[in-house]
Design a protein around this ligand. Structure first.
Ligand code: PLP
Length: 426
């Protein structure tokens, strides 16, 4: 934190300081959140925020691109390398814009797209009706099998045969199991659709080889950069060589103006960090922690959608506990445990007060927590559930959480060394 900010704007300085304290003094279980390294933070807060760079390396609309061209090429090369993709566009401002750009590269407004329904774990931008993706395209939505909580690929194939979509979207925002991208690829081929895969949540697991990659089976792969990939907030598109020009045009000038160069610079750093053995270990530990947490929750009698998890997240079906998701999420927040309430597949309750809670382990794993702490967190969650209306107990749990947090400080100072690439204190 610079003293310039402290002196010039004490209010905002103080608010940032409070948010730092809040982040370090609570257990972050929101599966889309993480903590970035100091190196990524530095790149993100650099002078690159001052530069306009509309266009692409070697073909810009403003001068002064001597350095930005090198940064963008570096980010592209690193993305292509770790995702083993022909081409990478590193300009999307976010995952949502990246998705829209992917669709508009391959389809026109009015065409049919087919994605996972929001209440079944899909993202808004997969064609849900309140999103522009559900307004400018004809949207067909598939769900998960209500009995298993998993995809029924035969059903998805049937729906695709019937509706002949222009684009089939694979990927999810709340699906705790492996996704068979090769089957989505097969179905797309069979019905003459393009396959867009959205790995916003799992891209870190994909890079580490823990989740199968969609890159060989998809025309375009979309991802955020800030979830398990552990970079700054942003989006990215990977594609086959044949689609590279369409993708570029769709992002700029199709949807965006100048790219956020400071973000792209930080993305480049995060991609280097993800290309290390430590990152592979990190990703493995995310899944181990999710397994440990889910198994302990099952022991406490919780129901998990699909019965458990293969990845970084799980969805608790709270109906047998008789507590709505929102009420539990708010009680947990008072005990310094951050989660989000979430619909479960075929939720009988409305979306603003759903029956589920979504939790995940990317952020606690960045703090260095292991299976033992993950099981401890399950214990805290169960204790809150059993004492949902007892503020004294909730406060006590909050104190225990603070103690745990102090043993696993937010690694705002972790750096990945160039040579031996150890996670080290600064
Ligand atoms: C988070 C997410 C997005 C959107 O990313 P933003 O950066 O918030 O716009 C898109 N798709 C999926 C599957 C996501 O989980």
């Amino acid at each position: 934190m610079t003293t310039a900010l402290e002196r010039y704007d004490p209010l905002i300085y103080e608010l940032i300081r409070q948010e730092e304290a809040r982040q370090s003094g609570s257990i972050r279980l929101i599966p889309s959140e993480n903590y970035i390294s100091k190196a990524v933070m530095q790149a993100s807060g650099s002078c690159l925020t001052n530069k306009y760079a509309e266009g692409y390396p070697g073909r810009r609309y403003y001068e002064g691109q001597q350095v930005t061209d090198l940064i963008e090429k570096t980010a592209q090369d690193r993305a292509r390398k770790i995702f083993k993709a022909d081409y990478a566009n590193v300009q999307p401002y976010s995952g949502s814009v990246a998705n829209l750009a992917a669709y508009l590269a391959l389809a026109k407004p009015g065409d049919t797209i087919m994605g996972l329904a929001l209440p079944h774990g899909g993202h808004l931008t997969h064609g849900w009706n309140v999103s522009v993706s559900g307004k400018i395209f004809k949207s067909v939505q598939y769900g998960v099998n209500p009995d298993t909580g998993r995809f029924d690929y035969d059903q998805i194939r049937e729906l695709a045969r019937k509706n002949k979509p222009r684009i089939i979207i694979s990927g999810a925002t709340a699906y705790p199991r492996q996704i068979e991208f090769d089957i989505f690829g097969d179905i797309s081929k069979e019905v003459g659709a393009y396959h867009v895969s959205d790995i916003a949540h799992i891209s870190g697991l994909v890079v580490a080889g823990i989740h199968k990659s969609p890159v060989p089976y998809a025309d375009i792969v979309s991802t955020t950069t800030h979830k398990t990939l552990r970079g700054p907030r942003g989006g990215m598109l990977l594609c086959r060589a044949e689609h590279s020009e369409k993708v570029d045009k769709s992002v700029f000038p199709g949807l965006q103006g100048g790219p956020h160069m400071h973000t792209m610079t930080a993305v480049a750093v995060a991609l280097a960090e993800a290309d290390t053995p430590e990152f592979v270990e990190y990703a493995k530990q995310i899944v181990k922690n999710a397994k440990a947490l889910s198994e302990k929750l099952l022991e406490y009698g919780f129901n998990l959608v699909s019965g458990g998890t293969d990845n970084h997240l799980m969805l608790i079906d709270l109906r047998n506990k008789g507590i709505p998701g929102k009420k539990l999420a708010k009680a947990l927040d008072r005990a310094r445990i951050e989660t989000n309430y979430n619909s479960i597949p075929n939720d009988p309750a409305p979306p603003f007060n759903p029956s589920g809670l979504r939790i995940g382990t990317p952020a606690i794993t960045t703090r260095g927590m292991k299976e033992e702490q993950a099981r401890g967190i399950a214990y805290f969650i169960n204790k809150i559930v059993e004492n949902i209306d007892n503020e004294t107990v909730i406060e006590e749990v909050g104190k225990d959480v603070l103690l745990l947090c102090s043993q696993f400080p937010v690694p705002e100072h972790f750096i990945i060394q160039g040579k031996n690439r150890q996670l080290q204190a600064d």
